[in-house]
Design a protein around this ligand. Structure first.
Ligand code: 5AD
Ligand code: SF4
Length: 362
């Protein structure tokens, strides 16, 4: 049985094994959970400060060659309208992000490997670098690609790459994906990205069917072992037109939100100087969870700047929020300030961990 003092003591060492992680993620007592959040926040203040970094999220296309069992834009979902933004539309969203003071943009799309797609992304990266005099940080989230493609985009100016492992347990991975989707291939991609020199982010979904607390605990140890720079974790949200959506009967929204917050806190306590996102999926399940996630140690928020007409089709899950852009930014800033944090404008917001990692390699 844990006490608040025991939590403080183990958090201060940062040395966690699987048993401690499982015990912490299993805590249900609210007072103890708050103790974990406050340890995580203290570590965040010490290692990354109280500034929240914004990223303009551009959902370039919802076309995807993959067929992940949980995802609404999987190849076999014929119910959604597929789109690909034109270069000019992406450029407008990049300009908006830069002018409004987001230090970075995130270009996200379903997995595509055509030459046209690869060149479009290259062109967008070069454009974003050019109009911002190299100031705008560029994150890509485009799934698994050949190493040459990762290299081409890096050479064009991309700084970061997000590729979620989804779960660090290969057997759970196999339950969530068709058999031609390979856990090993995803790991290879993560290693390629690191070798090229990207700031690398990964993450998992929380609350997906078949997942255990031990899986979640091992996911956090995986982040540490992979020495990643950024973590993006969100709750799984049921999408009815998917195979996993059809079997997600015991879905408990409140419990999944709480588990996500605990995962953020424990990731912060263990990984310390990384960037951790407060994800859109979390906001969708519980709007108040944005601030709760900051208290738990998140320090990055993406604001969706995808053109209105396309946004509704980027349907990883149902029930996306859709506030108007400037309201979203303004509302977010007010909410963040009222909670004792600050929004960092015109700041790229590199994860400190990346620079430390680079230094230790020299
Ligand atoms: N609920 C929550 N997150 C999802 N993703 C895909 N489908 C869902 C869903 N139904 C997440 C995956 C993927 C990211 C782009 O979106 O983790 O990596
Ligand atoms: Fe495609 Fe990513 Fe959805 Fe899988 S999770 S179907 S790779 S967009």
């Amino acid at each position: 049985m844990f006490t608040a003092n025991m939590i403080k003591e183990i958090c201060s060492t940062g040395n966690f094994g699987i048993e401690e992680c499982i015990s912490i993620l299993s805590i249900e007592d609210n007072e103890l959970i708050n103790e974990i959040f406050s340890c995580a926040r203290e570590i965040t203040d010490r290692f990354v400060g109280r500034k929240i970094y914004l990223r303009g999220l551009i959902e370039v296309s919802n076309i995807c060659k993959k067929n992940c069992y949980y995802c609404g834009i999987r190849r076999d979902n014929k119910k959604i309208k597929r789109y690909m933004l034109q270069f000019e539309e992406i450029a407008t969203a990049i300009n908006f992000s830069y002018n409004v003071g987001f230090g970075s943009i995130v270009l996200q799309a379903g997995e595509q490997t055509s030459k046209e797609f690869i060149s479009l992304i290259t062109k967008c990266i070069q454009y974003a670098k050019r109009i911002s005099n190299g100031q705008l940080g560029i994150t890509l989230s485009m799934g698994e690609q050949k190493k040459e493609v990762f290299q081409q985009w890096f050479d064009a100016g991309a700084d970061r790459y997000l590729l979620r492992i989804e779960t660090s347990d290969p057997s759970l991975y196999a339950k969530l994906h068709p058999c031609d989707h390979s856990f090993t291939r995803r790991m290879e991609c993560l290693y390629d990205l690191k070798e090229i020199g990207y700031q690398v982010g990964t993450g998992v979904m929380i609350g997906v069917p078949h997942q255990t607390v031990e899986n979640c605990a091992r996911d956090i140890l995986f982040f540490k072992e992979m020495d990643v720079d950024m973590i993006g974790m969100g709750p799984y949200i049921v999408h009815p037109d998917t195979p996993i959506g059809a079997i997600a009967h015991n879905y408990n929204k409140k419990r999944i939100v709480q588990q996500t917050l605990l995962m953020i806190a424990l990731s912060r306590i263990i990984c310390r100087d990384v960037n951790i996102a407060s994800t859109t999926a979390l906001e969708v399940l519980d709007k108040d969870a944005i601030i709760k996630s900051l208290y738990a140690g998140a320090n990055v928020k993406m604001i969706n700047v995808t053109p209105e007409k396309a946004r509704k089709h980027y349907e990883l899950y149902k029930e996306k929020t859709n506030p108007s852009l400037l309201i979203a930014v303004k509302e977010f800033e007010e909410m963040v300030k009222a909670s004792g944090f600050d929004v960092a404008y015109f700041a790229k917001g590199d994860p400190l961990h990346f620079h430390e990692r680079k230094l230790s390699c020299q």
